[in-house]
Ligand binder design. Structure first.
Ligand code: NDP
Length: 289
């Protein structure tokens, strides 16, 4: 003992808090306006991780009182068939939000699928319209994992303004949208990737460090600045079967002021934010679309 230890950010609890709030809002929406939020998920093929995510989304819908619908399509479903279903869901008044679970099989173009979704129902926040709204500082549906990270920072009252934020990873679903969200909140943002020179040097500057590389243990304790807020997005399945983040948790704990565990940190927030986007879509109501 004797060393100061970080506050462990409890993503499971915050996710539950958000879902409790959504359940209450959903009851109100039903009572006041007769609207039941509806979320549909399309799964193409039988990727095992995707099946787990889809089940999780369905259970979460049940818990908050949403209507949920699931489409399980065979791996050889054509792009045209998938686009037809997307078209139907775009017109379906019971469904306020839907998503196609990624990745889709290789013969289907991911961009064509994302762009076919009505942006108002794009609760994953991946459509160029929603990406553009985020880019221009007027977001509508925000990508769920980065939105979940912002929610964690806010609920722990962690100051963002003026902070040096470093993100490792520049994917369209985590690193890039998160950079825009942090920038919007007045952080000074640096985004790192595999071609970054002197990664350790850059990471060591971070007052808010987000690891979203998918490389287990790549952020070692000596890369963490004293007092940094460390957000570990990585979910890596080790050979032992255990889940690990991108950060060496035990070492980073001794340097950080706040840190997210894996599992139980960022992970549970993603579904909570998906539900929040769907609730927002339902509250807007199709008359205003
Ligand atoms: P991608 O593989 O799409 O992107 C990874 C990014 O990290 C790339 O930009 C890559 O750089 C960069 N990168 C990888 N290794 C290194 C390295 N050694 N040094 C510097 N940069 C590196 O991953 P995702 O964004 O989809 O996911 C990242 C992690 O987050 C994964 O572990 C994933 O499982 C997890 N995840 C968790 C979620 C949740 O909690 N709900 C949701 C989504 C993802 P480059 O661009 O140069 O290749």
């Amino acid at each position: 003992m004797g060393e100061s230890m970080a506050v462990i950010i409890d993503g499971k609890k915050i996710s539950q808090d958000v879902r409790n709030e959504i359940r209450e809002e959903t009851l109100r929406l039903k009572d006041d306006r007769g609207i039941v939020p509806g979320l549909a998920v399309i799964l193409v093929g039988d990727d095992s991780a995707s099946q787990i995510y889809v089940r999780g989304k369905k259970n979460a819908c049940g818990e908050v009182g949403f209507l949920s619908r699931e489409y399980r399509l065979p791996a050889d479903t054509s792009e045209a068939e998938l686009l037809d279903i997307i078209g139907e869901l775009n017109r379906d008044h019971e469904i306020h939000g839907f998503l196609v679970q990624l990745p889709v099989p290789e013969h289907i173009r991911t961009e064509a699928i994302i762009e076919a979704i009505d942006p108002g129902k794009d609760v994953d926040g991946f459509h160029p319209y929603n990406v553009g709204r985020l880019f221009s500082g007027n977001p509508y549906h925000r990508a769920c994992t980065p939105a979940g990270i912002m929610e964690l920072l806010d609920r722990y009252e962690i100051e963002i303004k003026g902070k040096e934020a470093v993100i490792v990873g520049r994917s369209n679903i985590v690193g890039k949208p998160l950079a825009l969200m942090l920038l919007e909140r007045h952080a000074t943002v640096t985004v790192c990737h595999t071609r970054t020179k002197d990664l350790s040097g850059v990471v060591r500057r971070a007052e808010i460090l987000v690891a979203a590389a998918g490389s287990p243990g790549m952020i070692t304790g000596n890369m963490v600045r004293d007092g940094a807020v460390v957000i570990d997005v990585g979910i890596n399945r080790l050979d032992t079967g255990k889940l690990a983040g991108d950060v060496v948790f035990a070492d980073a704990c001794k340097k950080a002021s706040y840190i997210t565990p894996v599992p139980g940190g960022v992970g549970p927030m993603t579904i909570a934010m998906l539900l929040k986007n769907t609730l927002n879509a339902a509250s807007v109501d199709d008359k205003q679309q």
